[in-house]
Write a protein that binds this ligand. Structure first.
Ligand code: HEM
Length: 483
């Protein structure tokens, strides 16, 4: 801001910013005190709706650098050359807490990354977990209702959480992950990121590959125990946000090595797991991690509200060479986010400095709406036109895929080794004895808060189906706590 006298919103100099204008000394306040009215009115409108999920978060800018040639898989320009750099903005978050909730809690962490590419912004709106609780978007609002505040008590309730999970056995893998050691990261810097869904890459020749993204932290994985987190959440509710800002301020830039798993399109139909089921990983033995990039965060936002609260990320923001898969969760998200942005930030949200393309410009015929800044000046606002306006390319960003069958409310197809428990059991059996003990303890503590026996029993039964030993130990631990 330039120097000079304090002004009103209309730029007129302010004489007194400490005393409102009264009728006589000690008299009532005058309506003609525009400064007072303007300040109070503006203050009342400072908040916008918080995100319905992932309300609590922190962000930073940085750079993505290509470290290996992936042009055989994708024609995305920002991935076209080793050494190529693209500006990024990453917002980390927790899921269930409202704005102002503590950072050090057991909850997945959001890992929302915006690449400002020369072909438009590419958003990868992922988490720090490779899988998710459900596999169909139609269940998402119900699921989130169980994670947020109960309509009667106003608090998160173990009854609701474990009722939903118990009745949704596909959540067993993600819940096993969440109550294990990685369920409470020590900071945003000490965790991995995942695109989680399967996405389409397509190359110049039009060949299709299904891919999954992995961002492995170069800081090393560090977690908090439940006891450490309880203390930290009380002492420093902003622990993760502070850690990120301070590390960047001191020049200790966090970074992640970026990998992709690549499945040739023809293999999807016969793969042992449904590759579009978000509750499943692709074991690395089947599809190894291919390293192709480095992500570094190196610049803090200057204004949290403008750049973090108003930042928007959409799984529907693709660029040429990258597109969606038929994953039913992803398909739902393609609608959900843009709609949330129009409600939360407004119809011109994507023109704000943090959201608009930085390496190209948006050339649309959309116009007007609240807070339109007139950037198009007198240019024609329709197409086709004879005035040299922007024109279509004729080449879709992603390749078409073959589909068969009839419409209907279909269950996600099951492949040869699919069931709701197989990968949860594999995850449990991979853990050391100490890890298993902590997992059982964390879960038992949470389940012991359930008031109804049948809800607790149903939840425990899912873990038993994943692994007999897991279920037995959990049942004993819950019984010991419930007495
Ligand atoms: C069908 C399932 C889902 C729906 C309908 C949904 C919906 C939403 C909505 C409405 C928001 C708030 C957006 C805003 O106000 O800007 C949001 C935020 C977010 N979601 Fe989801 N979500 C779903 C599943 C997922 C999954 C599977 C992931 C990760 C793999 C995820 C990651 C995130 C992240 C990281 C944010 C925060 C973005 C930011 O930092 O602004 N969501 N989600």
């Amino acid at each position: 801001m330039t120097q000079g006298p304090l002004t009103t919103e209309a730029g007129a100099p302010v004489a007194d910013n400490q005393n409102s204008e009264t009728a006589g000394v000690g008299g009532p306040v005058l309506v003609q005190d525009q400064l007072l009215l303007e300040k109070l009115a503006h203050f009342n409108r400072e908040r916008i709706p918080e995100r319905v999920v992932h309300a609590r978060g922190a962000g930073a800018y940085g750079t993505f650098t290509v470290t290996a040639d992936v042009t055989q898989y994708t024609r995305a320009k920002f991935l076209s050359e080793v050494g190529k750099e693209t500006e990024v903005f990453l917002r980390f978050s927790t899921v269930a807490g409202n704005l102002g909730a503590p950072d050090a809690v057991r909850d997945p962490r959001g890992f929302a990354l915006k690449f400002y590419t020369e072909e438009g912004n590419y958003d990868l709106v992922g988490n720090n977990t490779p899988v998710f609780f459900i596999r169909d978007a139609i269940k998402f609002p119900d699921f989130i209702h169980t994670q947020k505040r109960d309509p009667y008590t106003g608090s998160q309730e173990a009854d609701n959480v474990f009722d939903f999970w118990g009745l949704s056995p596909e959540s067993t893998h993600q819940v096993t992950w969440l109550f294990g050691d990685r369920g409470i990261p020590a900071s945003y810097r000490h965790m991995d990121g995942f695109g989680s869904h399967t996405f389409q890459w397509n190359n110049e020749a039009g060949e299709v590959f299904w891919v999954k993204y992995h961002f492995k932290t170069d800081q090393g994985i560090k977690n908090l125990t439940a006891e450490e987190a309880e203390v930290l959440a009380g002492k420093d509710p902003d622990s993760h946000q502070r850690d990120l800002r301070e590390s960047i301020e001191r020049g200790d830039f966090p970074s992640w090595t970026v990998y992709v798993q690549v499945m040739p399109a023809a293999e999807a139909a016969t793969y042992r797991f449904n590759p579009f089921d978000l509750t499943k990983v692709w074991p690395h033995a089947d599809y190894p991690l291919i390293e192709f990039g480095k992500l570094e965060l190196n610049r803090n936002p200057e204004n949290i509200f403008a750049e973090v609260e108003q930042s928007i990320f959409s799984p529907a923001h693709f660029v040429p060479g990258i597109g969606p898969s038929p994953d039913k969760m992803l398909q739902g998200r393609l609608f959900g986010y843009g709609d949330a942005h129009r409600y939360r930030v407004g119809i011109n949200a994507d023109q704000l400095p943090v959201n608009r393309p930085h390496a190209t410009e948006a050339r649309t015929h959309s116009r007007d709406g609240y807070l339109y800044d007139g950037r198009h000046k007198g240019a024609k606002n329709y197409e086709p036109n004879s005035f040299g306006g922007p024109t279509e390319t004729g080449r879709p960003l992603w390749q078409p895929i073959a589909v068969t069958g009839v419409t209907g409310e279909t269950v996600t197809p099951v492949h040869t080794e699919d069931n709701d428990f197989v990968q949860a059991g594999n995850l449990y059996r991979l853990m050391t004895e100490e890890e298993k003990e902590r997992l059982v303890k964390n879960l038992a503590n949470a389940i012991s808060g359930v008031t109804r026996d049948e809800i607790a029993a149903r939840a425990i039964n899912n873990f038993r189906q994943a692994d007999e030993d897991f279920g037995k130990r959990l049942e004993a631990a819950v019984q010991a706590l419930r007495g």
